[in-house]
Design a protein around this ligand. Sequence first.
Ligand code: COA
Length: 258
Amino acid sequence: MSAEIHVEQADGILTITLARPDKKNALTNEMYGALADIIENAEHDSDVRVLLLQGDGDMFTAGNDVGEFAAIASGKGPSERHVHRFLHALAKSSVSIIAAVQGKAVGIGTTLLLHCDYVLLAPDAELITPFVNLALVPEAASSYLLPLRVGHVRAFEMFALGEPLDAQTAVAWGLANKVCAKDQLRDDARRMAERIAAKPAGSLSAMKKLMREAETLVAQMDSESAKFQERLTSAEAREAFAAFAEKRKPDFAKVARH
Ligand code: COA
C-alpha cells in the first residue's frame, strides 16, 4: 500500500484519500498500484457498498506525476505501469463511486470523474484536461466518454485548449451533480455515501453494470493507451516535460510535426 493513499472503511463506505498534498496529489505509479488494488478488492468485498474518493490539500489532484512521464519519455520508466490496471478496475467497477473535488482536477483527475457515479464540487473546483498541451492524447476512455457526456464541440474545446472548466459550468454540462460549500464538501459527500450505502447494494450494482458498457470502455482505454505510449516518447512531449521541469512555457514551434 502506498503511504500517499489513505484508506478508511466504516459503515459500508470505503473512503480513499489522495494524500500527497505537497505535490498537489500528483499520481505516481505506486499510487496507481494502490488505487487499482483497492478498487479490485472492493469488487469482491461485500462489506464495501460505496467508494468515496477525495484529495487532501488545496486540490483534488494535479494528475499524473509529470516527472514520471519524463522518465518514461527517456526510457527510464517503470517496467509495469499500474495506471492501466487502475483504469480497467475503474471501468469494470460495479460499486457506486462518489468523488469530492476541491481545487484543480487535472488530466486523469478529471477523466476519472467520468467513471464516478456522483460527483460533488467545491466552488473553487476546476476541471482541466491538458493532454494536448503536453503533446499527449486523452486517456481513461475520455475520448469516448467526454464527447458522449458534453457533446463533441465542448469536448474538443476542453481537450484542445486545456483551459479550466469552472464548477458551475461543470454541473451545467453534466460532469458533476452539485456544487457545495468548500467547508461542507467532505460532510456532504459522506452524507451522500451514507444514503447510497443504505440502498440495496445488489440492485445498485446491477443497475450500474446496465448503465456502463465495461467492455467498450476497456477497449477504448487500450486504444488510447497505445497512442498515449507512442506520444509519450515524441519530441513534442519531451519538450512539454522539459518545459514543466524548467518552469517555462513549451516551445512547440521548434519541434517538427509528426
Ligand atoms: N507532477 C509532478 N509534480 C507536480 C505535478 C505533477 N503533475 N503538479 C504539481 N507538482 C509539484 C510541483 O512541481 C511543485 O513541486 P516543488 O514544490 O518541488 O517545486 C509542487 O507540486 C507544487 O506545485 P506548483 O506548480 O508550485 O503549484 P501551483 O498551485 O502553482 O500549480 C498546477 C498547480 C497543478 C497548476 C501546476 O503544478 C501544474 O500545472 N502541474 C502539472 C499538471 C499536469 O500537467 N498534469 C499532467 C496532466 S496529464
